[in-house]
Design a protein around this ligand. Structure first.
Ligand code: B3K
Ligand code: ZN
Length: 891
């Protein structure tokens, strides 16, 4: 092993924050666009921050060529400044400075998709977190905010559209085949919100009237040929604008708001001021290419980026350790937006269930691994590695806990105060907490630990009932496992929403001993000590507790429920989340037991109680189809894995497949009726009611194919052949491609897969689905992935395509990825190394697939360690990948 990997890149610590030595007031930039050499001329006015201990003028710059540097009209000699480690330092700068900087960028060669880059001949930027320094030397940190005026110049034919932030204030011909456009953003902003787009694009546009009566221009820009796929994004944008006005009293502050789609993008989308840049995946939709899930994804991402305009842009982050200040809050807002749009109580609950599933599956796992970090991290090597589920999804749970503790109106008051205090500022997570505390009078001092302590708390509940005294007592105790660098955890402030069900399934009236608070259904207990006992009075029968309703805190709840109690909750709980949760607990219990049985080679059996409980739910037509769908969906293999100290992916897969097949066998006629009763004939509509029906119908179909015969095969085949929308077509194809039955049917399934490719070969987003579907099918082993990598449509350099095949195989096909011979890990290492050269951010994401290597049996661990070491020893490893693999190896 090479020893020089010890030369670790610099770790940045939150405690080292110092305010910038200089503020920026105005920034003017001129871009001469050319993929080989884009010239950028920047003029900025700066003034000393007398409150800072930093006396030098510090600018950041990476991968750019510096042509010229002038200060207050004078060319700076090389001796007047130094450049080292991406920092340009000017010593002895006066208090008031005008800097003029000329830089050159080779955008056409930029495969990192950070900074200025070219995609399909068009220019795009991505500046968050630290991409602006790849454009010019600049104090590229979020607490430095300036007003930007941008002039873009470029060839009229190649770049007919020239866009940047804010308002278009001038445009015209330059007479030499080029033209220009000047954009002015009236709001001061940090450099990470800068954006430009230039190229051949077309738009759908609309004038939209705000509640105040002011009219704004909304545009969705795409490549020619995609204008038939922009309506849903436009509708989602209008819904977002309206929702933020209604729910939070926040108005769009610009006259013009643009969304631009590109197929080359590292993540979902970016909230640049007035010029959101999106991955095509979160813009383009019509019934023939997009599924219900895609439609919902577009709505929530369009909402998310739009909501950032206030939570992120108007009030931004002081430093990147505060990232969750904007991300956690904005995820909470987009979750609420989607839930409000569905409208019904069940719809809200199903949305909540889907969000919690992601949290548990991905964030709880992150919290238990080598990359675990607090919602407000203390250190990082590469900030791009910290755009994590902890910052986003756990961050949103933290915001939701304020909402649970303060109530709907209390939370709104807190938000109002937050904007009143901090509009136009770059602030910290503590400022948000202070606004919530000060507006409500609620003591939130201890709540700070949600920001500073990593790890998923475990809450244990114990209950007892005293029939004579009519007292029901519940003791809640909390612990939190060690995480890297943190071993002693102090108690969290945990809201635990609780209800008590009587024998008739109805909620009992709740009265806490010694308190005036009563409730007809749910009370929020505040657990602040390591252990606390709560006593309910006037309880005339031994109840079934429904604890942590609506998942009121991001914790693992341990309570020794009997199967009967879970059955009672599944059938009756007035809290739909816990109703679902009861079903999941029943399922998990069985899946764990069966996995153990698989390992011991014992006979597998599924009990009647569980089958009957699911049958009752499936057939209960008073329940919303979307709710029946989520109850019927078993915990994923990854979720089941979390139940084990040592994970055996193959046995988990076998056990889960056995449960699916058994359910299909016993519920066959019920599944067939659910299928028949939830058809959605006629024109496709992505609305919640139709989507819910399709969801239930397609879950029924997937089950039917787990215990297949010729008739169910034909059902899927016919659905595939005759589908009028992508939701039904893809669901059928997924069933067919996981099909294991007669040779004749298997062949027909393979033909359907080929036909799908042929029919959609010009729709990149559909071809991503084609790869994704194959990569996550159990039939796909390492050799099959290698074969698919040779397909003419495969490329590593497009992030969506790389994710569709490679990430799906490594993350969504555990039984194959963790092949006993280590071939999955060898493939992983090869691809992390290949991606590292192209795109460090994407490479580092893939690198995370081996985070939990210590959870696997010894033989697999040995293979994983070798793969991790292979990556760690690679020359020219980016700090992105190095941080991930070294943390994994050190665990
Ligand atoms: N703020 C961006 C994410 C930027 C990621 C940089 N590596 C998108 C979002 O959260 O809305
Ligand atoms: Zn965001």
């Amino acid at each position: 092993m090479r020893t020089d990997i010890a030369s670790q890149p610099l770790t940045i610590f939150r405690k080292d924050y110092i305010a910038p030595g200089f503020w920026v007031d105005t920034v003017e930039m001129g871009f001469d666009l050319d993929p080989i050499a884009t010239h950028v001329a920047t003029r900025m006015t700066m003034r000393r921050n007398h409150d800072s201990s930093e006396k030098n003028l510090v600018l950041f710059g990476e991968t750019i060529k510096l042509l010229q540097l002038r200060m207050n009209g004078v060319n700076l000699k090389k001796s007047a400044y130094s450049i080292a480690d991406g920092k340009l330092t000017i010593l002895n700068a006066p208090d008031v400075v005008t800097l003029e900087i000329e830089t050159v960028i080779a955008a056409g060669k930029n495969t990192s998709m950070s900074g200025l880059y070219v995609s399909n001949g068009n220019f795009f930027t991505q500046c968050e977190a630290e991409g602006f320094r790849k454009i010019t030397y600049y104090p590229d940190r979020p607490d430095v905010m300036g007003t930007f005026t941008i002039m873009l110049r470029g060839d009229k034919k190649k770049y007919p559209v020239l866009l940047s932030n804010g308002n278009l204030i001038a445009e015209g011909d330059l007479g030499d085949g080029r033209h220009y456009a000047t954009w002015e953003d009236p709001f001061k902003k940090p450099s990470y919100l800068f954006a430009l787009v230039a190229g051949k694009l077309v738009c759908q546009e609309e004038k939209y009237k705000l509640k105040s009566g002011r009219k704004v221009l909304l545009q969705v820009w795409v490549e020619a040929g995609n204008l038939d796929k922009t309506q849903h994004a436009m509708d989602s944008l209008k819904n977002s604008i309206r929702w933020d006005e209604e729910r939070f009293g926040l108005e769009l502050d610009l006259d013009r708001f643009m969304i631009v789609a590109t197929s080359d993008f590292n993540m979902g989308a970016m909230e640049n001021k007035g010029l959101n840049i999106f991955n095509t995946k979160y813009v383009l939709a019509n019934p023939s290419i997009a599924t219900d899930v895609d439609y919902a994804g577009i709505e929530s991402v369009v909402g998310h980026e739009y909501f950032h305009n206030w939570t992120g842009n108007r009030v931004t982050c002081r430093d990147w350790f505060q990232l969750s200040l904007k991300e956690g809050l904005t995820v909470f807002r987009d979750q609420e937006f989607s839930a409000d749009l569905v409208g019904t109580e069940t719809g809200r609950a199903v949305k909540r269930i889907e969000d919690v599933r992601v949290l548990r599956q991905v964030q709880f796992s992150e919290d238990a691994g080598p990359m675990a970090h607090p919602v407000r991290p203390d250190s990082f090597v590469e900030i791009n590695n910290f755009y994590t589920v902890t910052i986003y999804e756990k961050g949103a749970e933290v915001v939701r806990m304020y909402y649970t503790l303060l109530g709907h109106d209390g939370f709104r008051k807190g938000m109002d105060l937050y904007f009143k205090r901090h509009d136009g500022q770059a602030v910290a997570c503590d400022d948000f907490r202070a606004a919530m505390a000060d507006s409500s009078g609620h003591d939130l001092a201890q709540f700070e630990r949600w920001y500073s302590q990593a790890g998923t708390p475990r809450v244990k509940a114990e209950t007892s009932y005293d029939a004579d005294a009519k007292i029901y007592q519940i003791t809640l105790s909390q612990t939190c496992p060690d995480t890297p660098g943190q071993s002693k955890k102090l108690p969290f402030h945990i809201p635990v929403a609780i209800g008590l069900l009587g024998a008739d399934g109805k909620d009992l009236k709740l009265q806490l001993e010694g308190q005036t608070t009563t409730s007809n259904n749910t009370l929020v207990l505040e657990l602040t000590a390591e252990s606390q006992t709560f006593r309910f009075t006037g309880i005339t029968q031994k109840p079934t507790p429904s604890i942590l309703r609506n998942f009121s805190a991001p914790v693992v709840l341990e309570y020794a429920y009997t199967d009967e109690e879970l059955g009672h909750l599944l059938a009756n709980d007035s809290d739909p989340f816990n109703r679902w949760e009861a079903g999941q607990r029943l399922a998990t219990r069985r899946l764990v037991k069966l996995t153990n049985a698989v390992q011991k080679g014992e006979e597998l059996e599924l009990d009647a109680m569980f089958i009957e409980a699911l049958r009752a739910t499936l057939n209960d037509t008073t329940l919303d189809p979307s709710f029946r769908e989520v109850v019927l969906t078993l915990p994923s293999e990854a979720m089941i894995a979390e139940e084990f100290a040592v994970v055996d992916p193959q046995s988990i897969h076998t056990a889960r497949q056995f449960v699916r097949a058994s359910l299909a066998q016993h519920l066959k006629s019920d599944l067939l009726s659910a299928y028949e009763n939830n058809l959605t004939p006629g024109k496709y509509s992505p609305d919640a009611v139709s989507a819910a029906k399709r969801g239930l119908k397609n879950v029924a179909l997937a089950y039917l194919l787990a215990w297949p015969d010729d008739a169910t095969f034909m059902l899927a085949k016919t659905q595939f052949d005759e589908a009028q929308n992508m939701t039904d077509r893809l669901a059928a194809l997924s069933g067919l491609s996981n099909f294991s039955g007669s040779a004749k049917n298997t062949k027909a399934a393979a033909q359907s897969l080929q036909k799908f490719y042929k029919d959609f070969k010009n729709e990149a987003l559909v071809i991503d689905k084609w790869f994704m579907l194959q990569a996550s099918a159990y039939t796909c082993d390492v050799a099959k992935v290698r074969e698919l990598m040779k397909h003419s449509a495969f490329t590593l350099s497009n992030p969506n395509r790389a994710r569709s095949l490679i990430f799906n195989f490594c993350n969504a096909n555990p039984a194959r990825f963790h092949a006993a011979d280590g071939s999955g890990y060898a493939l992983w290492a090869e691809l992390v190394i290949a991606l590292n050269k192209l795109n460090p951010q994407v490479a580092a994401r893939l690198a995370r697939s081996l985070d939990r290597w210590k959870k696997y049996p010894q033989n697999l661990q040995a293979h994983m360690k070798a793969a991790l070491q292979k990556v760690a020893e690679t020359k020219k490893l980016s700090k992105d990948v190095l941080e991930v693999v070294s943390k994994a190896l050190a665990s």
